[in-house]
Design a protein around this ligand. Sequence first.
Ligand SMILES: CCCCCCCCCC/C=C\CCCCCCC/C=C/C(=O)SCCNC(=O)CCNC(=O)[C@H](O)C(C)(C)COP(=O)(O)OP(=O)(O)OC[C@H]1O[C@@H](n2cnc3c(N)ncnc32)[C@H](O)[C@@H]1OP(=O)(O)O
Ligand SMILES: Cc1cc2nc3c(=O)[nH]c(=O)nc-3n(C[C@H](O)[C@H](O)[C@H](O)COP(=O)(O)OP(=O)(O)OC[C@H]3O[C@@H](n4cnc5c(N)ncnc54)[C@H](O)[C@@H]3O)c2cc1C
Length: 666
Amino acid sequence: MVVASVDNLADERSKAQFDVGAMKIVWAGSKHVFDVTDRMARIVASDPEFRKDNRTTLGRKELFKNTLRKMAHVVKRANELRLTEEEASKLRFFVDEPGYLDLHWGMFVPAIKGQGTEEQQEKWLPLASRMEIIGCYAQTELGHGSNVQGLETTATFDPKTDEFIIHSPSLTSYKWWPGGLGKVSTHVVVYARLVSGGQEHGIYGFIVQLRSLDDHTPLPGIIIGDIGTKFGSGAYNTMDNGFVCFNRVRIPRNHMLMRFCQVTREGNVCLSDVPKQMVYGTMVYVRQTIVSDASWALSRAVCIAVRYSAIRRQFGSQDRGIETQVLDYKTQQSRLFPLLASAYAFRFVGEWLKWLYADVTERLQANDFSTLPEAHACTAGLKSLTTSVTADAIEECRKLCGGHGYLCSSGLPELFAVYVPACTYEGDNVVLLLQVARFLVKTVSRLAAGKKPVGTTTYMGNAEHLMQCKSSASSPEDWLKPSVVLEAFEARAFRLAVACARDISKFSTPEAGFAELSIDLVEAAIAHCEVIVVSRFIEKVQQDIPGDGVKEQLQILCFIYALHLIHKHSGEFLSTGCITPEQATLANEQLRTLYGQVRPNAVSLVDAFNYTDHYLGSALGRYDGNVYATLYAQALRDPLNDTVVPDGYEEFIRPVLKQTMRLSRL
Ligand SMILES: CCCCCCCCCC/C=C\CCCCCCC/C=C/C(=O)SCCNC(=O)CCNC(=O)[C@H](O)C(C)(C)COP(=O)(O)OP(=O)(O)OC[C@H]1O[C@@H](n2cnc3c(N)ncnc32)[C@H](O)[C@@H]1OP(=O)(O)O
Ligand SMILES: Cc1cc2nc3c(=O)[nH]c(=O)nc-3n(C[C@H](O)[C@H](O)[C@H](O)COP(=O)(O)OP(=O)(O)OC[C@H]3O[C@@H](n4cnc5c(N)ncnc54)[C@H](O)[C@@H]3O)c2cc1C
């Protein structure tokens, strides 16, 4: 009987029809980013302090302490190696474990930068940068998360003492969920209702010290702790998501972040001339980083599933000869290759979103708020789309790996458990899509008033054509024409948005219509977000891309991405009349051909992600393909195999056996 051999992957690599080194640079974004990423990944992989293969077997306390040790080691190494911000953040990334550093650097510092006055930034940022204080971001409460305007915590100005009194008036007002809050942070940016002169003035951020800088005990008036064990083994349990109750805690007036709203010594509230949504700026920033990160999580799962599918063999042989690699099954390809294509699609849209975010930030600094609604809609919509697809894709990759995918040593269960809350944090994905829908409906009504759409909605300016056009695809090859593909996506998105706007107007109030039609609105929002991803991918593959065969591979992936969506949402493409059933069949035919073209390149396309075995953390996804020996070695290392006869034998197995023997003698 011939068994699968590690040579499978070498064979696969020899079939590549493109320059893998050049693709690595395209994936990274530039040679510079590739070099930094590669160096940081190797530093982490070679440092025993960053070992992570025992994570799923540790109890919560041990696991958490282990993370504290790793986070301290990150800070130590970053200082010793004099890493730049870019390098330190990559190093931290490859440690691959949620920890308080993320909230400190990813939310606390950005909140102060975005919402603090210059004076406040001068005071707090050096302390935070040197990590003399550790901060987190506390917005969500036990009773309110999505509805930020519904938060209950109050910050009441006391003109007698020139202080704010931070107070949690009810159990539902306890802050609940903030990462880093439960056990680590010394400070927090708390979001609370500003009350001055007996009046409420909206939600703002306030810096509050939580714990003593001498002995880490909570300061008076503060009840604080961890909210408890979360989903999955290891996974997000490395983080101390916490709760806090404030019992009339006093803070100096200048601890309110006052860039957009100032409270004077007398308690007068002065709003600056900027949209009130600027207070939500930290969320917009983080949503944008989440989109970039989605492609990492997705590509990691796909890398494991593709390599394992090349190693794994089932059926297809006569006389017990060599069996078929499961990667050769069309069904496996039809489940896996669209995910591979999505990883590349999300990588490129993530890069574009970074650009969009930088652009809006620059404009906001110059008091130009015109692109803020679009930036909000894009970050919210793409955060929702990419995290939902990625979470589902990780689970699909687990199934694609058959039984072994269910083992923790495959790396996939923990990856799913650690990733899936991304569909909820930084805005529940449905709630965020409804924000996109609101933006689309407004765009459509502006269009009716003769206003020209801009940015990602520019395509809607072609309204008449998009409402009437019929796809010209008459052969499978026609589905390889960017204009044909784009037209179908734009027409579907536009027609869905127009139908929503039209139907809403039939209700007594827009609010009633919006609520009743929210299912359709979510679908219209997804369709619009897919226009953005597809058009960015098409734009990318139309650029000059160096490296033999690289552009050709990306073109194949781009069309797989687009055509698999046409297949997935064929109901919408057909019901809106954008394509006919025959054209849907042609698109499917083309998709099948494209799968065949990716097949010989699949392993090399995941090699281009350049992941170390440490980062992948998977017996199934190893670079050398030595899957079975690794699975066996890891099984032997399981704590249950520490002894041959298990703990509990004398107490619980022997008596049962004895009882059975007695029964059989009767
Ligand atoms: C030395 C060592 C170095 C180591 C280095 C380490 C580096 C590590 C770096 C790590 C980097 C990043 C890591 C980050 C890790 C993150 C982990 C995740 C943690 C999770 C955190 C959280 O979850 S925080 C809480 C998030 N909460 C939410 O997202 C709540 C969601 N709800 C909302 O956003 C709003 O309530 C909602 C938008 C739903 C509704 O708002 P509301 O005011 O009620 O609004 P509407 O009436 O619907 O809208 C009014 C108008 O406002 C517009 N609008 C809404 N939001 C925004 C916005 N954000 N920006 C702009 N405009 C907005 C809306 O469209 C309406 O407009 P209109 O014109 O009136 O229609
Ligand atoms: C791992 C993790 C880390 C987190 N870290 C932080 C942190 O550091 N700081 C912080 O402040 N918060 C944090 N959060 C909280 C997070 O931001 C909230 O959980 C999130 O915003 C969702 O809010 P919610 O829990 O209130 O969900 P809910 O809004 O209660 O959602 C429940 C359900 O209701 C639906 N729903 C809600 N509103 C609507 C609507 N208008 N229309 C239709 N459907 C609706 C949702 O789609 C969902 O299905 C974290 C959460 C998690 C899971």
